[in-house]
Design a binder for this molecule. Structure first.
Ligand SMILES: Nc1ncnc2c1ncn2[C@@H]1O[C@H](COP(=O)(O)OP(=O)(O)OP(=O)(O)O)[C@@H](O)[C@H]1O
Length: 314
């Protein structure tokens, strides 16, 4: 047996200079990535960015051309038997016998594991308790997807790979899956997930990695990414044609307040509490009541659009 015990001190996933090409297409291009234990890392990227190829290399299904992939301190191809026994993989629809019942399928997968989670608990947690006797082929798409998640988790993996775990789920089912992923993290499970959903990434991820054309274009915590170099906007309404020169002087250097349309004012920059206080103090000094005062934070979507020039798929 390979170094399972020593692997416990290694990150859950480590990619060093990993490249993978399919013919003339470089799907993954020199990727460096670390997922620490008991953390959730979300890989974000537009279609074709290389997310699935990255996950498949970690799962041992795809061999990198160059660089090294380590999963739980092991090589997912050379040590595939041990790695597979310790990770959870959510397969999209694959591997199911269409006639087998949902509950039986999960029991069967659980029986491969020495210390499985309680399948009934998992079915309840994912809202599948009424579907246990339903044949796989009769389950709705969302139910099949949640069953696939249950199968990935029932063996108590140390690390799970979730490729778009909530794509196509309704809002209630999505919340169930989010709750489950959060409880996994609390239990010390590491999670690598891919998603197109910004709210999902913001909600779940300790670390976000945005990739495009197989390369990392930004990484950090959700709040680091939204505040890094962020331009905020402070809007307010007041009588038109106010003289903004006094406000300009009172604000820190670099701010240029302006009237965008008659009676609508905008201050752009790093809007901190001091800037907000300066604007309201100026209003008080000139005897003006600012209405509709609003501060817009830069959203992750804006960061993504700036970095990749593309919108995430909705
Ligand atoms: N087996 C393959 N053979 C040929 N090209 C492939 C193969 N797998 C992936 N690619 C190409 O590699 C690039 C990256 O694909 P990948 O599926 O990893 O991206 P992705 O970020 O997961 O995209 P999506 O969000 O659409 O799933 C794409 O241009 C894709 O067409």
């Amino acid at each position: 047996m390979t170094s399972g015990a020593s692997g416990a001190t290694q990150p859950a996933v480590r990619l060093d200079g990993v490249t993978k090409a399919f013919g003339s297409i470089t799907a993954v291009d020199g990727l460096e990535l670390v997922l620490e234990r008991a953390k959730v890392l979300a890989l974000l990227g537009p279609n074709g960015a290389g997310k699935t190829t990255t996950v498949e290399m970690c799962e041992g299904f795809v061999r990198p051309d160059t660089g090294s992939v380590q999963v739980l301190g092991l090589d997912p191809i050379a040590d595939s038997a041990e790695v597979r026994s310790r990770i959870g993989v959510m397969l999209q629809g694959g591997g199911a016998y269409p006639g087998s019942r949902a509950g039986e399928m999960l029991q069967l997968v659980a029986s491969y594991s020495a210390n499985p989670l309680d399948p009934d608990w998992l079915l309840r947690t994912l809202g599948l308790q009424d579907a246990t006797k339903t044949p796989y082929r009769r389950l709705s798409g969302g139910q099949q997807q949640r069953l696939s998640l249950a199968c990935a988790l029932v063996g108590r993996p140390e690390l799970v790979f979730l490729d778009e775990p909530t794509a196509g789920l309704d809002a209630q089912a999505r919340l169930m899956v989010w709750d489950l992923i959060e409880s996994l993290r609390r239990d010390g499970v590491s999670v690598l997930l891919t998603t197109h959903l910004m709210d999902e990434a913001e909600q779940l991820a300790d670390e976000l990695v945005i990739i495009d054309h197989g390369k990392i274009v930004a990484s950090g915590t959700p709040s680091e990414l939204t505040t890094r170099g962020a331009e905020g906007q402070l809007h307010f309404s007041a009588p038109p044609n106010l003289d903004l020169s006094l406000l300009q002087t009172a604000l820190p250097e670099g701010f240029s307040p302006r009237e965008t349309t008659p009676g609508s004012y905008l201050v752009e920059g790093d809007i901190d509490p001091q800037v907000l206080a300066t604007v309201t103090a100026w209003c008080a000094r000139i005897g003006v009541l600012a209405t509709d005062l609003r501060v817009d934070q830069r959203r992750l979507e804006d960061v993504f659009l700036d970095l990749t020039g593309r919108e995430l798929r909705g």
